[in-house]
Design a protein around this ligand. Structure first.
Ligand SMILES: *Cc1c(COP(=O)(O)O)cnc(C)c1O
Length: 438
């Protein structure tokens, strides 16, 4: 399978090149030249399959031409080795809990998959591959933990000083080994800009082999499609729904920031996944919401909110959404609706759902739940992606519900480590000179 750049100014590349390069030479994002539909038999059997089996079938549609089946199966089975339960919150709303992995956020799926796929591709090369990753909170920990101890790979995590929670910070600053954390005096967009500039810098690329683990990398972004299929498999099984029922009634809501997660879901729909429509839930960084309303895409500097992993002012994967729908605003609006919430609305939703349904949301999932509660039409059933465990935002959530939130053991373990990070300005010259000396 070939991968093209969304900017169309550079030749198509192989999967290996797309994964190792991360970003195309013309600054575009890689897209597969084809999106293979899954056969009818798969959909008929899906509800009887395990998470790993469903994921492997989807992975084969993406990567089957480029990676031998036994290797791909191993990558998929190793990646998808934790539960992703679909939990009923109320009559017609379900939570797809993607926080049962090592760092308690959905990014574990893409990060673990990418670490294994990159390991497969660079396995017998001499030169160290350096993974650069900008994080607004959860990406850094998922990527750092996914790659920890992988031979031949060094990871640099760039994060905005003072803008991630203590627990998030601990998860990528305490690991040591092949993980280096850089604390950038700026916001997430500054971190992302530094990473993108590094890839464009000829001198730096001559000095060291660089790749990106942000959701711009196809190996992180595409595997996120797996769990949309798994959600439908569980819905079909638990609610006795047929494929036709699902097509006409299932709504999926994705709390969105950089739009990698929802774009993977949209790929799923293109592969035949029976979903009626999507809702992209934004916090006040609602550039995509405004795009849906007006047809105008106006990026602007991100602002800090309590759903901080969605504080993105210029979502990278918007380019992929446009490519998928051939730039048609009308077609995009047909498949995706939007929602936007203030901090107060997010907090109210956490409190309300906790008191009414006894279910504790994190601030990101709260956007997703609220968008379904307000946006479901008669006869529809919705599920939202619960993107992180509420304990990752302990102080915020405790402040809202007025009750202590218990921290799962694997999160407590991270808190014991000592923070090791390097201060960095938001100027590319400084970042570059640091890397040139590595
Ligand atoms: C990254 C993240 C999001 C946003 O996902 P995108 O793929 O960037 O849209 C939402 N919630 C949490 C908890 C996250 O870590």
């Amino acid at each position: 399978m070939k991968y093209y750049s969304t900017n169309h100014q550079t030749p198509d590349v192989t999967l290996q090149e797309a994964v190792v390069k991360g970003l195309a030479a013309d600054k575009g994002l890689f897209m597969p030249e084809r999106i293979n539909a899954l056969p009818a038999a798969f959909y008929e059997n899906m509800s009887q399959m395990t998470l790993q089996e469903v994921s492997f079938a989807v992975a084969q549609a993406f990567f089957g031409e480029d990676i031998p089946a036994d290797k791909l199966k191993q990558i998929v089975f190793d990646t998808m080795s934790f539960d992703i339960p679909l939990v009923k919150v109320s009559d017609n709303i379900y939570s797809l809990e993607l926080f049962h992995g090592p760092t308690l956020a959905f990014k574990d799926v893409g990060a673990r998959f990418m670490a294994r796929m990159l390991g497969y591709f660079v396995g017998n090369q001499q030169q160290t591959v350096n993974v650069l990753v900008a994080t607004s909170g959860d990406t850094g920990s998922a990527v750092a933990n996914g790659f920890l101890g992988v031979p031949g790979i060094h990871v640099y995590v760039l994060y905005p000083k003072g803008k991630v929670s203590l627990i998030q910070e601990k998860q990528f600053t305490t690991l040591g080994k092949n993980i280096t954390a850089l604390e950038v005096d700026g916001n997430f967009d500054d971190c992302q800009r530094l990473v993108k500039s590094a890839f464009m810098d000829a001198e730096l690329n001559a000095h060291m082999k660089l790749t990106s683990a942000n959701s711009i990398n196809v190996a992180r972004f595409l595997p996120q499609a797996f769990y949309y299929f798994w959600a439908l498999a569980q819905l079909m099984k638990n609610c006795q729904l047929s494929i036709v029922n699902c097509q006409s009634s299932i709504v999926c809501c994705v709390p969105s920031g950089n739009f990698g997660n929802i774009t993977a879901g949209l790929f799923g729909k293109r592969m035949g996944l029976p979903i009626k429509r999507f809702i992209a839930a934004n916090n006040r960084n609602d550039i995509f919401y405004q795009y849906l309303q007006t047809g105008q895409y106006n990026p602007r500097p991100s602002i800090a909110t309590i759903a901080n992993a969605m504080d993105v002012g210029d979502p990278s994967n918007f380019a992929r959404v446009l490519a998928l729908y051939e730039n048609s605003h009308a077609a995009i609006c047909q498949d995706i609706n939007g929602a936007t919430y203030t901090n107060e609305e997010i907090a109210d939703e956490i409190r309300r759902v906790y008191e009414t349904n006894g279910y504790l949301l994190d601030p990101h999932g709260a956007c997703g739940h609220r968008a379904l509660r307000e946006g479901l039409r008669p006869g529809e059933t919705g599920f939202f992606i619960e993107t992180a465990h509420p304990a990752k935002f302990k102080d915020t959530v405790e402040g809202i519900i007025g009750q202590p939130v218990s921290i799962p053991q694997r999160l407590q373990d991270f808190m014991k480590g000592t923070k090791q990070s390097i201060d960095m300005t938001s100027q590319f010259v400084d970042f570059k000179s640091f890397l040139m000396n590595e």
